[in-house]
Design a protein around this ligand. Structure first.
Ligand code: SF4
Length: 284
């Protein structure tokens, strides 16, 4: 190596150090989220059923999309984005004898973040407390805020159709959100709101301990996987989340705006069905 090259490299390293890039390169391999390789979980890579077995919610035939999952040989590298709150974290600590009732009681009439100001009801979650499958959305909308129940508006009706197409009833699964209060104007929850509220979600998932967590949309997936990568980079891939299998798919509200994406979502749900041993509900 010439002296000039060495000087250039040293200058670059100093510059990178000043930018604080050291932790980025040091820690990125240690991300908590990692795709489950096909070799480790071969059954997860094959759809349970033919996409031709069209579910009731699937108006569009499955088709190849530029948003198809990355091949197993080139898994998405997930970068940490959302940090756990400073100090002892509910993300890290397992609470002795925790229960959904205790979590709800701990939330109380919560004012921990600014979302409490405009809410009508705290939307905690509904469904089977021993569910094998939990759906996680981002936050309540207008209808959910009024009723105090997640996914009861138009997007909620579509989610119910999706659940029924999987051969389940809504009461078989558990449904909740990252934040429990409606963001004004249906905006996305902000980072500090997510970091304040999401420990309650983490506790809900720990208590329920489902086989599969299905994230609906980027917010839920990015929160649980602690990444800022776009959902199209890892949608339909399997990850480990504290012993549960986690998969991300598009939010039903997105499907209302982009019905052509229903085929991609159905492929993701088929993967979930394969893990849970479910058969699709066919049209009569
Ligand atoms: Fe509390 Fe969560 Fe509502 Fe914020 S969103 S006020 S943290 S319950």
């Amino acid at each position: 190596m010439t002296e000039n090259t060495r000087a250039d490299l040293e200058s670059w390293f100093r510059y990178a150090d000043e930018l604080g890039l050291g932790p980025y390169y040091r820690d990125r391999a240690a991300s908590k989220a990692f795709p489950l390789g096909q070799a480790a979980a071969p059954a997860l890579s094959a759809p349970a059923t033919s996409a031709a077995a069209s579910p009731q919610f699937s108006a569009a035939a499955p088709r190849r999309s530029p948003l198809s999952p990355l091949p197993a040989a080139a898994p998405a590298k997930l970068m940490p984005l959302i940090q756990s709150p400073a100090g002892p974290s509910l993300f890290e600590e397992r609470i002795e004898n925790d229960s959904l009732e205790r979590i709800r009681a701990d939330i109380g009439d919560c004012t921990r973040c600014r979302l409490h100001k405009a809410r009508t009801n705290i939307v905690f979650g509904v469904g089977n407390p021993k569910a094998e499958l939990v759906f996680v959305g981002e936050g309540p909308g207008h209808d959910e805020d009024i009723k105090g129940e997640p996914f009861v508006g138009r997007a909620g009706k579509l989610l119910t159709q999706m659940i029924e197409a999987m051969g389940l009833e809504r009461s078989d699964v558990y449904i909740c959100n990252v934040v429990k209060c409606r963001p004004p104007e249906n905006r996305l929850p902000e980072k500090d709101e997510i970091s304040t509220c999401s420990p309650f979600l983490a506790r809900q998932l720990t208590v329920i301990n489902p086989k599969v967590v299905c994230c609906l949309g980027a917010c839920a997936a990015q929160t649980l996987l602690e990444t800022n990568q776009g959902i199209s980079r890892f949608r339909g891939e399997w990850f480990d989340y504290r012993g549960s299998k986690l998969i991300a798919t598009y939010h039903p509200a997105y499907l209302l705006r982009n019905p052509a994406a229903k085929g991609e979502v159905w492929k993701d749900l088929q993967k979930v069905m394969s893990v849970l041993g479910l058969q699709p509900k066919l049209r009569h």
